[in-house]
Design a protein around this ligand. Sequence first.
Ligand code: ADP
Ligand code: MG
Length: 274
Amino acid sequence: MLDVRSLSVAFHRPEGLVRVVDDLSFTLARGETLGIVGESGSGKSITALAAIGLLPRGARAEGQILFEGRDMLALSERERCALRGRRIGMIFQEPMTALNPAMTVGAQIAEGIRLHTSATRREARAEALALLERVRIPDPARRINSYPHELSGGQRQRVGIAIALALEPDLLIADEPTTALDVTVQKEVLDILEELVDELGLALILISHDLGVIARIADRTLVMLRGRTMEEGPTERVLRHPASSYTSELLAALPRRARAGLASPPAADREPAR
Ligand SMILES: Nc1ncnc2c1ncn2[C@@H]1O[C@H](COP(=O)(O)OP(=O)(O)O)[C@@H](O)[C@H]1O
Ligand SMILES: [Mg+2]
């Protein structure tokens, strides 16, 4: 479904052209979850934005991002926009960025549905209600009339997921979707994402600085540092036998309880990064 080949992204800075993503390659199959993990500033968000063709102004991208064989980097803005709206859903760290504070959540979800389908108002509202149930918002028949500020952070993130789902995407990109949430709420949101992948057969790219989050639901894990791939492979293998000393560092930094739930602790004397 997605085939990223030698992606590099650079910004013009006063000191010259600075590469923030450097020769990154990965693939994602339908129904698969890829975790991208790395410390802040390693280029995870820029990679995600490149994949949906929403790079910030001034960014220069090279390489190929093939979405079902079509290169996102070579498409016109109009073609990209069509793909993005309909096929690729995005979930952000701070759900308020995706929400309109002046509209009820039901109206926002319904708006997306009506923009892309021939649904009537009534049908779109029924669909919005079903989506709120799907993301397990408590008391959805009441919540559908709430404004974003009336909801908790976890509920807002669920609405963000519902809005992304409204367009029936095939690929969901979740960039630090649980970072702003309390630990217990984090778990609930991850459970919902996992369920959606299973039930709807979505492909998911889950981005986090927290290896514990990635370890919970990613089939494969890509570890990034300073724009480069440190390693990539089945999550289990990456956790049990990290090939990169940087992955070992990330594992060692996890709270002991989280680590115990994952795998054997990393050995200190692994080979350096590829
Ligand atoms: N609009 C921008 N202009 C210039 N540099 C940027 C811009 N956005 C991000 N960067 C730089 O790109 C690098 C990678 O950022 P980002 O992808 O947001 O990292 P991550 O999501 O892994 O924390 C950082 O060094 C950041 O400062
Ligand atoms: Mg980021």
